[in-house]
Design a protein around this ligand. Structure first.
Ligand code: AMP
Length: 354
């Protein structure tokens, strides 16, 4: 057990790290952030900050030596540098969870091997491979880079076969997967937390709405289309967590279709679709992640009200902060990012109906 008073290292300095650090502070832990940026949002609320590149093995090893336990809120870090860190401090969730989840092809194969169903897909390694995959799956499809994609980045729609060149140029010829475009009723996610002894908890399931590939809002209850599929999706998430011997938060994203839940992707970490848990659940995803990696018992995931809505403040939406505060029931979260950019997550607002 890593007791309160110890130092938790967090690889990644974004808003997820910031909210993890705030939850850790509430439990009496100190946080040490590792990130390449000059003033990352997580470092502002943490005791210690090391500025270093994702591939700087020496710095990551020194960072590891300075903490009691390490975790991550960012998954695009290579296995080698992480091994240097893991040699100095326990790293949870385990590296294997990260390695599987950071590669769309690996994660689809892994989840399918456990009985999950992704949309039809094919591996694409080069331009000829794209033609072969298109011949196999047909349009419409989505071409996605295997690695380094987030918030709709590294993706290109192919509506007709004539769009192939443009899509290939858009992803810059990176190793990719081609996915059938799915006609879905709703999107949802399973938020799961697993302890070192294999106990798992899940939260009530949010329905997620994306705009331009970016999460716009999550709402609970999720409605009948999602409720009918939540049990099956949750059972698969448990299997995935057990197979990885995962510790901490694991999020699986799904779409609800007439044929059941289709698995989209997973994240071995706290997730934007779980931000509602800060005020909308008895214990937040951030707190339970800290509890799980430190070997503490998990808290209740029950909702605190009858309904919740979490809305992201993206780009210029953040300028509405005063209007949001004029609603006394709104919980405003600002991430402290000084530069407003289009598509950048600047904060979020949660409303709980009691
Ligand atoms: P992803 O980065 O894979 O989570 O994709 C971002 C969003 O794009 C998803 O949440 C969906 O709204 C949409 N999307 C991704 N893949 C597909 C697909 N195969 N069919 C339909 N919509 C998709």
């Amino acid at each position: 057990m890593i007791k309160p008073g110890a130092t938790i290292g967090i690889v990644g300095g974004g808003q997820l790290g910031r909210m993890l650090a705030l939850a850790a502070a509430q439990l009496g832990y100190k946080c040490h952030i590792y990130a390449p940026d000059e003033a990352p949002p997580a470092a502002e609320v943490s005791a210690l900050f090391t500025r270093g590149a994702w591939d700087d093995e020496d710095k990551l090893a020194r960072f590891g030596a300075s903490v009691d336990i390490a975790t991550y809120e960012f998954e695009n870090i290579a296995a080698g540098p992480l091994a240097a860190l893991a040699a100095e401090a326990p790293l949870l969730p385990p590296r294997r969870s990260l390695e599987i989840a950071q590669d769309r092809l690996e994660e689809k194969g892994f989840v399918a091997g456990l009985g999950g169903r992704p949309a039809r897909y094919a591996q694409v390694d080069d331009r000829e491979g794209l033609d072969a995959a298109l011949a196999e799956i047909g349009a419409p499809v989505v071409l996605k880079t295997r690695r380094f994609g987030y918030d709709g980045k590294g993706q290109a729609r192919i509506r007709t076969l004539g769009d192939a060149d443009e899509a290939w140029a858009a992803i810059r010829g990176a190793p990719a997967v081609l996915e059938a475009f799915v006609d879905f009723e709703a999107e949802f996610s399973i938020l799961l937390c697993r302890t070192q002894s294999g106990e798992t908890v899940t939260w009530p399931v949010p329905r997620n709405h994306h705009e331009g590939g970016i999460l716009a809002c999550s709402e609970l209850p999720a409605g009948p289309a999602v409720a009918a599929l939540a049990g099956e999706a949750e059972a698969l998430a448990r299997k995935v967590a057990d197979a990885l011997d995962h510790v901490g938060m694991l999020t699986l994203e799904y779409v609800a279709t007439a044929d059941g839940p289709l698995f989209n992707e997973m994240a071995p970490r706290v997730h934007n679709s779980g931000h509602w848990t800060i005020e909308g659940a008895v214990t937040s995803q951030f707190e339970n992640h800290v509890r799980a990696i430190c070997g503490l018992p998990l808290g209740s995931t029950r909702m605190t009200g009858s309904a919740v809505e979490m809305r992201n403040l993206i780009g210029g939406d953040v300028h509405d902060w005063q209007a949001i505060l004029s609603d006394p029931s709104a919980h405003l979260h600002l991430y402290g990012k000084s530069e407003v950019r289009q598509g950048r997550k600047m904060g979020h607002v949660t409303r709980v109906k009691r």
